[in-house]
Design a protein around this ligand. Structure first.
Ligand SMILES: Cc1ncc(C[n+]2csc(CCOP(=O)(O)OP(=O)(O)O)c2C)c(N)n1
Ligand SMILES: [Mg+2]
Length: 529
């Protein structure tokens, strides 16, 4: 824990047990804050939210076996969304491993269980292995595509004395772009007739260079959920995160050159087996695997996105550009108009709620979204003018993530406004963490979009003429439930009331569950307020 403190760890999210009490002795000595979750799924998702808000690795401390399997969802989400996370779990005593004796919390080959959704997962055999393993973890967090790391600490190894003084090590430098590849990319972009830029989470921190490039070549900029807000959505070249909308998908398909930066182009962002991209792709990614993925690159550039876009912006500045700046803006206006016209009645209702939220929330508010229909619409209907404010993991697309992610974010960034938005189905997966949020006295609005249904699946069953089975669970009294665990609870009675509830919740001394019923008359009456 002292070593972790040297790496900047100030908070861990956890649940102690027999196998990990010695870890807690270290926590106390190192002065690291422990946030007690109600289930390890909450711990890993809080660590994920903490990482999103702070850009530092989220750390969780959990027991072996059930602790690890409970935490799996949050670890796997962080893997899908390329977030830094350090999972420290217990493990059964070394001599019992692999024997199948029925040891408490036994999980056969625990490292193998998490290997598929971590950068690496190691079983520590000797305390002196730790400094190198932690350095390797921070090498992943700071010098490569960030992904979770799991270290299993066996019960017999954890209390062993350590004789040497452990110190932190420097992370490796980031990969820099090949100048020849940058020249080729600049040449292709300068000649492009209808270029388009698509940015994902790997492009966070590139706003200035992105604007220079987009304006120079007149390229519309489309974002994935993770890239939302890198270019302010008020910019005339921004198509926002409308990648789910058909007119935007057509614009992408028709572009003759696509500059794709720091994105996997995950299915969860567009809901298609594969997006159509007809033009040549110039791809910038820190991970060489992405550069050879199904979206094959004509110009693959393995690099830190900031360095690559900086070099590309300079290369373009010194070149005549045949593309038309005004052409780009008018293409954006056309696509935006077609996107707006294509919205369904349900999406318009969601958009009304987002409009109220946008007006009531400060611009730097962090929004944690669950896998609910209102959040899918929010991807394109909730404008973001700052990066890393919108978080919806369409890729892993697990229910129940928004509330614990919001708790982790609020703990990591206490001065930032943070809210969670979830459906009535999703919120129930991790509703227990309301108790954690109440105990931590977090000013956290939790908006529950209640349609008394797993509506997304209802719609799919209805469309395919499948009887509605298992999709209409009975909702609890959400405001009452919230109050019973020490939160405030209200039901929005009008648009204005919702706005007031949000403002009050942002300043309250505890979390507030704000239920918004889909069948509220004020959402259906066009004049309602
Ligand atoms: C862990 C998990 N289990 C199941 C699903 C499948 N699923 C996707 S959306 C959905 C319905 C969610 O209902 P709710 O949270 O109420 O949102 P709504 O669709 O009603 O807006 C379900 C069950 C999932 N995404 N994640
Ligand atoms: Mg629902």
């Amino acid at each position: 824990m002292k070593l972790l403190s040297a790496y900047g760890v100030d908070t861990v999210f956890g649940m102690p047990g027999t196998h990990t009490v010695d870890l807690y002795r270290g926590l106390a000595r190192a002065g690291i804050r422990h946030v007690q979750c109600r289930n390890e799924q909450g711990a890993s998702l809080m660590a994920d939210g903490y990482a999103r808000a702070t850009r530092k690795p989220g750390v969780c401390t959990i027991v072996s076996g059930p602790g690890v399997t409970n935490a799996a969802t949050g670890i796997a989400q962080a893997y899908c969304d390329s977030l830094p996370m350090l999972v420290l779990s217990g493990a059964c005593a070394t001599h019992t491993q692999g024997k199948g004796w029925g040891t408490v919390h036994e999980l056969a080959d625990q490292s193998a269980v998490t290997a598929g959704f971590t950068a690496f997962s190691a079983m520590v055999r000797d305390p002196e292995e730790l400094p190198e393993l932690i350095a390797r973890a921070y090498g992943v967090f700071r010098g490569a595509r960030p992904r979770p790391v799991h270290l299993s600490l066996p019960w017999d190894v954890l209390p062993l004395p350590v004789e040497t003084e452990w110190t932190s090590r420097r992370a490796p430098s980031l990969p820099m772009p090949d100048p020849a590849a940058i020249e080729e990319a600049a040449e292709r972009l300068a000649r492009a007739r209808s270029p388009l830029i698509l940015v994902g989470g790997g492009a966070v921190g590139t706003r200035e260079m992105l604007i220079r490039i987009a304006e120079r070549i007149g390229a519309p900029v489309l974002a994935t959920n993770a890239g939302k807000g890198i270019l302010p959505e008020s910019h005339p070249l921004s198509l926002g995160c409308s990648i789910l909308q058909k007119p935007s998908q057509r614009a992408l398909a028709e572009a003759d050159v696509v500059l794709l930066v720091g994105s996997q182009v995950a299915e969860g962002d567009h809901f298609l087996p594969k997006l159509a991209i007809e033009g040549d792709i110039i791809r910038i990614d820190i991970d060489p695997r992405e550069l050879t993925s199904q979206y094959a690159a004509a110009v693959p550039i393995q690099s830190d996105a900031r360095a690559a876009l900086q070099a590309l912006a300079s290369a373009l500045a010194g070149r005549p550009v045949t593309g038309q700046r005004s052409g780009g803006e008018s293409r954006v206006q056309e696509v935006r108009a077609r996107n707006a016209a294509a919205m369904t009645a349900a999406e318009r209702r969601h958009a009304r709620v987002w409009k109220i939220l946008r007006a009531a929330l400060p611009p730097d508010t962090i929004v944690m979204g669950d896998a609910s229909q209102i959040v899918y619409t929010g991807s394109f209907a909730m404008p973001m003018h700052e990066e890393r404010c919108w978080h919806y993991s369409g890729s892993y697309c697990s229910l129940g993530v928004a509330l614990p992610m919001a708790v982790g974010a609020k703990i990591g960034a206490p001065h930032r406004p943070v809210i969670a938005v979830a459906g009535d189905g999703g919120i129930m997966f991790t509703i227990n963490e309301l108790a954690t949020a109440a105990e931590e006295r977090l000013a956290l609005p939790v908006v529950v979009w209640n349609n008394d249904a797993l509506q997304e699946i209802v719609d799919q069953m209805d469309q395919r003429h499948i009887p509605r089975i298992g999709v209409e669970p009975r909702s609890p009294d959400f405001p009452g439930l919230a109050r019973s665990v020490g939160c405030l609870g209200v039901r929005a009675q009008s648009a204005q009331h919702l706005a007031e509830c949000l403002s009050e919740a942002l300043a309250a001394d505890r979390p507030t569950v704000i239920e918004v019923r889909q069948d509220s008359p004020w959402l259906h009456d066009r004049t309602g307020s």
